[in-house]
Write a protein that binds this ligand. Structure first.
Ligand code: DGL
Length: 274
């Protein structure tokens, strides 16, 4: 059965499932199509142009499936492709479609979560180098100090199913040390990559209980709910038959194994070429 008028949720791979899970929990009635570009993941080290091209291809594929609204559940794509898509592609080719990212909703609230007003941001190289979080957080919280650290080995560990194994401990400790060395005042760590929540048990095991670790899923879900309340004209076009389907550009068996464990139910994905 076709999933009609779905909310499209896109990520380079499995990471967006952390956002999808939170959105679908808070808004279970809506229809969803998840697309993971696993065949071309990770995006973190790709150039601006490549991330923009890949993201646009995936967004256009979701539009072709009838999604009026697409969430870029990927910080790298939100940092490197969202602005171009919103300012160039939508007005020219898809004036009635919407694309939303994950950086702005996170930046709007993260400053309130830190007592010491010192926040550590962990992300891919692409997200860190774009300085999107520095810029966006300072718009809402000019007094907050933001320290950034890229963690280029974390997404490959997750995409290859190695994130719960012993070998991952070394790389978890390495990047946390590099971040926390920048300031002893950091009391809040933002996981600014949608893959990273899968490493939360290992991250928490490495840091003191006085440091708050923040994942984006619930923040993005709350913000989407709020957006749809403020935009009834968008909401009116969304199907609400609680239907969900999952697509990957990569290997479906691998996707199904990972996604089923993560979403705690059996997932059967479909392979696509975007
Ligand atoms: N989950 C992505 C993000 O939030 C992905 C990263 C990648 O593909 O490197 O940035």
């Amino acid at each position: 059965m076709n999933v009609e008028n779905a909310i499209g949720v896109f990520d380079s791979g499995f990471g967006g499932l952390t956002v999808f899970k939170a959105i679908a929990q808070q808004m279970p009635n809506y229809n969803y199509i998840y697309l993971g570009d696993n065949a071309r993941s990770p995006y973190g080290d790709h150039s601006f142009d490549t991330v923009y091209q890949y993201t646009l291809e995936c967004v256009e594929w979701l539009f072709a499936q009838g999604c009026p609204l697409v969430i870029l559940a990927c910080n790298t794509a939100s940092a490197k492709a969202l602005r171009n898509i919103q300012q160039l592609d939508l007005p020219k080719k898809y004036p009635s479609n919407k694309v939303l990212g994950v950086i702005r909703p996170t930046a709007e609230v993260i400053g309130e979560m830190s007592q010491s007003k010192s926040i550590g941001v962990l992300g891919t190289r692409g997200t860190v180098r774009s300085e999107s979080y520095l810029i966006e957080i300072h718009k809402f919280f000019p007094e907050v100090k933001v320290y950034q650290q890229s963690c280029p080995m974390w997404v490959p560990l997750i995409e290859n199913g190695e994130h719960e194994n012993e070998g991952a401990d070394y790389f978890v400790r390495k990047y946390l040390d590099e971040l926390l060395r920048q300031s002893s005042q950091i009391d809040t760590i933002l996981l600014a990559c949608t893959h990273y929540p899968l490493l939360v048990p290992k991250i928490k095991a490495q840091i003191g209980a006085n440091i708050n670790v923040v994942a984006q899923g619930d923040i993005v879900a709350k913000s989407l709910l709020n957006y749809l309340e403020r935009h009834p004209e968008v909401n009116a076009h969304l199907g609400q038959q609680s239907m969900q389907s999952f697509y990957t550009t990569g290997d479906t068996q691998t996707f199904d194994e990972h996604a089923s464990v993560f979403l705690e139910r059996s997932i059967k994905s479909i392979k696509v070429k975007v």
